[in-house]
Design a binder for this molecule. Structure first.
Ligand SMILES: Cc1cc2nc3c(=O)[nH]c(=O)nc-3n(C[C@H](O)[C@H](O)[C@H](O)COP(=O)(O)OP(=O)(O)OC[C@H]3O[C@@H](n4cnc5c(N)ncnc54)[C@H](O)[C@@H]3O)c2cc1C
Length: 404
């Protein structure tokens, strides 16, 4: 066990998630580093990423990255220029090889635990204190004083890598945000994003049905991908990504195109070309459950006038789903909001006036769509904040240990 009071080091990192682990792996090459985390294991959220397979990054271009980062993209340019997905590949090589699934990158083993193991093996010289929650931060006599549930820690430099508020059971509970506000760090109100959507009138009979390729339209935006019906509304990658882009004014109408590659005329032709019911004809185009739900009527469709025929087509080409709210932090993939960017130097991630205080990862007011971008943000900002030029060199620890 580590001593639990007045421990000092060159650098204290708050949070052993993706960004904190990367920062520690950089800094511990030259400095005495203490890594603190309130959880009982490091990388708790990392282990859940990509359904346990860990979509570590995305190998698209910088411009495509910026298109997939609704908030904070420009701020991140400097971090990406210092450490991007090619650098991540080299960083993991040869211990951990990556493979592509489209542009998404995963470890070849498809195991998030291998990513965590990789970092822990590089942190042999780092003191990792688990079950150690930071409760306050202050500066005394030029040193940062970090009070925790297990004593006081002192250092010249502190990196806050405490994540956002999403999925608080992983330890990312937003507790650092009020601590930071108290010392004068400006915050943008945190909100859950990359979330499922709820409806007051969910299509409960379709609960569990996945459609691999639909287009959603709302508020002049369109997004294409896989959709999942749930007992409370809608989910799946296309819905989750849309939640990040849409304004939060409810009720909200989503228009779903179940057949994005077919024209309205082609759909109408198939629906009305035979004497069979609309539901039977629609089953040629979409799964049976959806066809039955969208076309319950049994009257003779050949009596239908032009307008009614078009409305039938629109049930497949522009189905209107009413959204009453979005899911909250308890199931959100990411947090938007957090440490406001104007007060942070983009090239070092140091606070402009609170010298020696750095930030990395999701605690910053940056967030991206799904696809490996959020973890790349954590790796890039962890790398940048973990550079050690600005802190004086001291004697390294002679032994490493993890205190639980
Ligand atoms: C289910 C799920 C799946 C995801 N899958 C992917 C994916 O496949 N690809 C992708 O790119 N992104 C994915 N994400 C998003 C990605 O996991 C996060 O963006 C990323 O983990 C953020 O890293 P971080 O280091 O900033 O924060 P976190 O990983 O949240 O780590 C913060 C750490 O700080 C600690 N902490 C917080 N407050 C305190 C305190 N007061 N004292 C001490 N310690 C504290 C926490 O215990 C935590 O360990 C997923 C998210 C979720 C929830």
């Amino acid at each position: 066990m580590a001593k639990s009071s007045n421990m000092s080091a060159d650098l204290i990192i708050i949070g052993a998630g993706a960004s904190g682990l990367m920062a520690a792996s950089q800094a511990s090459k030259k400095k005495r580093v203490i890594l603190l985390d309130s959880s009982d294991t490091p990388g708790k959220k990392l282990l859940l990423t990509g359904g346990g397979r860990c979509n570590v990054s995305n190998d698209s271009s910088l411009e495509e990255y910026l298109e997939n980062i609704p908030r904070g993209g420009n701020f991140l340019r400097s971090s990406f220029s210092q450490f991007f997905h090619e650098d991540l590949r080299k960083f993991f090589h040869p211990t951990l090889s990556l493979m592509n699934e489209g542009r998404r990158l995963y470890p070849v083993s498809q195991k998030a635990e291998d990513v965590l193991r990789f970092f822990l093996s590089r942190l042999q010289d780092t003191q990792i204190h688990l079950n150690t929650k930071v409760t306050s931060l202050s500066k005394r006599d030029g040193k940062w004083q970090v009070k925790t549930t297990r004593g006081v820690f002192l250092a010249d430099k502190v990196i806050v890598a405490s994540g956002g508020k999403s999925l608080p059971k992983t330890g990312s509970d937003g507790s650092m945000f009020s601590i930071l506000s108290k010392i004068g760090v400006d915050m943008v109100t945190p909100e859950p994003t990359l979330v499922s959507m709820f409806s007051n009138t969910p299509l409960k009979t379709l609960s569990g049905l996945t459609l691999p390729d639909v287009t959603l339209h709302a508020d002049h935006l369109s997004h294409r991908g896989s959709l999942l019906f749930t007992h409370k509304g809608l989910s799946g990658p296309v819905v989750i990504n849309m939640s990040s882009l849409l304004p939060r004014t409810f009720p909200l109408t989503l228009s779903i195109d179940f057949l994005p590659d077919m024209s309205e005329d082609d759909v109408q032709h198939i629906l009305f070309q035979s004497k069979k019911s609309l539901s039977s004809q629609a089953q040629l185009l979409v799964p049976d459950r959806l066809a039955k739900c969208l076309f319950p009527e049994s009257d003779d469709k050949h009596q239908w006038n032009k307008k009614r025929r078009r409305l039938a087509v629109l049930r497949l080409k522009a189905y209107e789903a009413q959204i009453s709210s979005f899911a909250g932090f308890e199931s959100a993939i990411v947090t938007r909001g957090g440490v406001a960017l104007p007060q942070i130097h983009p090239s070092s991630l140091e606070h402009k006036t609170l010298k020696g205080l750095y930030f990395a990862g999701e605690c910053l007011d940056v967030d991206a769509l799904s696809g490996g971008y959020n973890l790349q943000i954590a790796w890039s900002t962890g790398f940048v904040s973990g550079q050690t030029k600005s802190i004086p060199r001291k004697k390294r620890h002679d032994r490493s240990h993890v205190a639980r």
